[in-house]
Design a protein. Structure first.
Length: 102
C-alpha cells in the first residue's frame, strides 16, 4: 500500500528527526565566577498593556561555557539544551562581541 501523506501534512518536528529547533537568546555575561558556567542576562522590551510605554524586562540564564574564556560584559548567543545541572539548561553557542578592555 502506498503512503498517501503529502509533504504539507507532515509536521516540522517530524522533518527534523523528532525535535524542533532549540530556542536561542542574545545577552550579556554578568558573572563568570563558576567553573565552565556563565550567567547571561537577556533583556527584552515589552509594551505596557495599559500605558503603552515600553519597559525593559530581563531574565538571567546559567549557560555552559566549555572554554571558560568568557569575561563579564561579553555579548553572547545561547541556545537551549538538555539539563546539564540543577539550574543549567542553556549553552553558549558563540561570542558576538568582546567586552572592552579597561
Amino acid at each position: 500500500m502506498a503512503d498517501t501523506t503529502t509533504p504539507a501534512e507532515t509536521s516540522p518536528a517530524e522533518t527534523h528527526g523528532g525535535r524542533g529547533r532549540p530556542k536561542t537568546r542574545v545577552g550579556l555575561v554578568t558573572s563568570n565566577k563558576m567553573q565552565k558556567t556563565v550567567v547571561v542576562r537577556v533583556e527584552r522590551r515589552v509594551k505596557h498593556a495599559r500605558y503603552g510605554k515600553y519597559v525593559v524586562q530581563h531574565v538571567s540564564y546559567k549557560a555552559h561555557d566549555e572554554s571558560s574564556k568568557l569575561q563579564v560584559g561579553d555579548r553572547v548567543r545561547i541556545a537551549e539544551t538538555r539539563p546539564l545541572s540543577k539550574d543549567k539548561r542553556w549553552r553558549v553557542v558563540e561570542t558576538l562581541e568582546k567586552a572592552p578592555q579597561v
